[in-house]
Design a protein around this ligand. Structure first.
Ligand SMILES: *[C@@H]1O[C@H](CO)[C@@H](O)[C@H](O)[C@H]1NC(C)=O
Length: 356
């Protein structure tokens, strides 16, 4: 029975190759993410929108809203833990958040396929998530442990950046980065931990043989290499870092906090491979419509703060109403909508199904 199911998932994955919606890809999360990136870069799909999540609830909301992928934001995990994004949250807390995110994405996928608006007979497959791995929480060996931990939590991609630990949000003052060569080694360690696929393309005797050797081809998470060096060492240094990250085999790059459209365009022209635009409202980068970002050459547009900030706003307004003794109905959902979002509707149906 299990075998038959596995074969079905495999067949579905083969039949519904690249242009099909993400929810139908019956293959490991990294492979699904890779196909999404390829579809966008081939012009077959719109830019990949990544509304960022940070816990089970926000992951469920993104999954239930029909997005094709998501990103677990360290800013959000920190914020929801009551801390600023300055690496006060440890790797284990991040990993625990990644597990909650994975569960939220799975429950959303099951719910959509069984009771929701997903197409008839579609596979209940969770959308892929890129997890924020910050600095990797130590040296190159810590970076590898971070990649392994997130991969086991089901993350499709892992972001590693070149800030000095403790890092901070890319759009706040006081950043510093590790030297060029150390940054490249960090990314190389992440790539080594992840897989063998790029063995031939990156060459130079670099072995990327660990996760995939253990868990199978296509299972190694994609590596998103981020540089924060623009404000510390200048735009040219940031470009050179992205190029060097590509040379050691990273799958995607992220030049953090470009300050103008001209810088965004030049980055897209000079750096190969999938690229991420960070649409942090009120940050240092111009906020542009997805279509324009895609025209420039970006593959992904991340929205790191929107869910956190929107919910903080609604919570502050609700608190004020409570303080003033006023009704809060304008700020909140109906009780039945709230129950639905946290999964009570599905729970009731399941409970019925298993009744003796
Ligand atoms: C998901 O991918 C499909 C296929 O490329 C696309 O048509 C759709 O707009 C995407 N959904 C979102 C929310 O980006």
């Amino acid at each position: 029975m299990v075998y038959v199911r596995a074969v079905h998932v495999l067949i579905a994955g083969v039949l519904l190759y690249a242009p099909a919606p993400a929810a139908s890809f019956g293959c490991p999360p990294p492979e699904r993410l890779r196909r999404l990136l390829q579809a966008t870069d081939n012009g077959e799909a719109p830019i990949l929108l990544l509304p960022c999540c940070y816990d089970g609830l926000t992951a469920r909301l993104v999954g239930l809203s029909g997005f094709n992928a998501t990103f677990m934001t360290g800013f959000g995990v920190s914020g929801a833990s009551g801390y600023p994004d300055a690496q006060l949250v440890s790797f284990n807390e991040m990993l625990s958040a990644a597990n909650s995110v994975a569960e939220g994405l799975s429950s959303a996928a099951l719910e959509r396929a069984k009771y929701g608006d997903a197409k008839e007979g579609s596979q209940p497959i969770a959308i892929p998530c890129i997890a924020d791995g910050d600095t990797g929480y130590g040296n190159a060996i810590n970076v590898k442990r971070t990649v392994f931990g997130y991969a086991r939590a089901g993350m499709a991609g892992i972001m590693i950046e070149d800030q000095v630990a403790p890092k901070r949000c890319g759009h706040v003052a006081g950043k510093s980065v590790v030297p060029f060569a150390e940054a490249v080694k960090r990314v190389q360690a992440a790539c080594d931990a992840s897989r063998i696929a790029a063995l031939f393309s990156c060459g130079k005797g670099i072995s990327r043989d660990e996760y995939e050797a253990l868990f199978g081809q296509g299972a190694g998470p994609l590596i998103l290499a981020r540089t924060d060096s623009l404000v510390t060492d200048g735009f040219e240094d940031a470009i050179q870092r992205c190029i060097a990250f590509r040379e050691v085999g990273c799958d995607m790059t992220f030049l953090e906090a470009p300050q103008s459209v001209a810088q965004m365009e030049e980055y897209c022209q000079r750096v190969s491979g999938p690229k991420l635009a960070n649409m942090l409202e009120y940050g240092s980068t111009p906020i542009l419509p997805p279509v324009e970002l895609q025209k420039m050459g970006y593959t992904m547009a991340a929205y790191p703060l929107t869910l956190l900030s929107a919910s903080i706003k609604a919570m502050k307004e609700s608190l004020n109403l409570i303080k003033e003794g006023k009704p809060t109905y304008d700020k909140i959902l109906s009780f039945s909508e709230t129950k639905d979002v946290v999964g009570f509707t599905k729970y009731a149906k399941e409970e019925e199904h298993y009744k003796c």
